[in-house]
Design a protein around this ligand. Structure first.
Ligand code: PLV
Length: 322
């Protein structure tokens, strides 16, 4: 069996984003993972630790965790059941089936699908693969930072890391990675969209809160409650985590600009992070003294995502531009 399932992804310097940000911008291209997103790092690691003798895995997902679980299960020769909410576009369901997974569509948002996955764990004896809330996932995701450290070399420490937050698994993994390489003083800009903002809501309330609904089109950020570890990190004085929101329009604009300038199509979930650069948010954070000026090289985790194609992009344009 392969040592791990993920790839060491390219770290690209973006000239056009650097010009906008006023500092070198490095893109960690997680869109080029075999499953289309960073999720394979954590899920590959978790499945290797838990799933080898499993009679099957079950994963609840907004789409991308499911893609990673289906890919890994196929490689391990283990059956996979992926439970997705009805918000998942048909293209994702098709891609999951192409990976050999059995797909169940349950409920309106990820939380509903997750309840069904947990039920199947009990009734069918399947191994539960959580999409964001497990220490083994975070340990797997942490490799994204050790790769960056290896690529940038000893003098290449980032000035800040920009990433997207759904349930908080990527955030926890990046914090873990920063700890592993001794970069805990590097600020993290944690991006969400308005309407898929469970981390921002928790930071504002000073406690974890459960959103009433997911109203953003960034469905893969659509967990109603952030995981406890992500909230704990937000309260930790040794870390600097800046939680920020963009609108769906700003996230879509970022997806379109990224496609134009970098020739790569990513999901709205990823557009949220890219919008930190394209919307001018970083400059505002610097003006407010919440990020240093000058800022060192900016590391943007291009988390990727498979829930997008030209048709989906056109649908989003029509929906968000009316
Ligand atoms: N998506 C999860 C959770 O959905 C999933 O099941 O696929 N960027 C992309 C492209 C993602 O797919 C996700 C999570 C994130 C960012 C956020 O990662 P997280 O959940 O670890 O904070 C409900």
């Amino acid at each position: 069996m392969a040592e791990h399932f993920h790839l060491n992804t390219p770290l690209l310097e973006s000239v056009s984003m650097s010009r906008r940000a006023g500092t070198p911008v490095y893109l960690k291209m997680e869109n080029s993972q075999p499953s289309g997103s960073f999720k394979i790092r954590g899920i590959g690691h978790l499945c290797q630790q838990l799933g080898t003798k499993s009679k099957g895995v079950v994963c609840s997902s907004g789409g991308n965790a499911g893609m990673a679980a289906a890919y890994v299960a196929r490689k391990m020769g283990v059956p996979a059941t992926i439970v997705v909410p009805s918000s998942s576009p048909p293209t994702v369901i098709q891609k999951l089936q192409d990976q050999g997974a059995a797909v169940q569509i349950v409920g309106k948002v990820w939380d509903d699908a997750n309840a069904e996955a947990l039920r199947l764990t009990e009734t069918e004896g399947l191994t539960y693969v959580p999409p964001f809330d497990h220490p083994l996932l975070w340990q797997g995701h942490a490799s994204v930072i050790s790769e960056v450290a290896a690529s940038l070399g000893p003098s290449g420490k980032p000035g800040a890391v920009v990433l997207s937050v759904g349930g908080g698994g990527l955030l926890c993994g990046v914090v873990q990675g920063l700890k592993d390489v001794g970069w805990t003083d590097v600020p993290i800009v944690a991006m969400e969209t308005v309407g898929a903002d469970c981390f921002n809501a928790a930071v504002k309330a000073g406690r974890r809160v459960t959103l009433d609904d997911i109203t953003s089109e960034a469905k893969c950020l659509g967990a109603k409650t952030v995981c406890e570890q992500a909230f704990k990190y937000s309260q930790c004085s040794e870390l600097k985590i800046v939680s920020e929101l963009v609108t769906d329009q700003q996230a879509l604009h970022a997806v379109e600009t990224f496609l134009d300038e970098e020739r790569v199509l990513v999901e709205m979930a990823c557009g949220a992070a890219l919008a930190a650069v394209y919307s001018g948010l970083l400059h505002r954070l610097q003006d407010e003294g919440r990020l240093p000026t000058p800022l060192g090289p900016l590391l943007v985790i291009v988390c990727g995502g498979s829930s997008v194609d030209m048709e989906q992009l056109n649908n989003l344009r029509n929906k968000l531009r009316t």
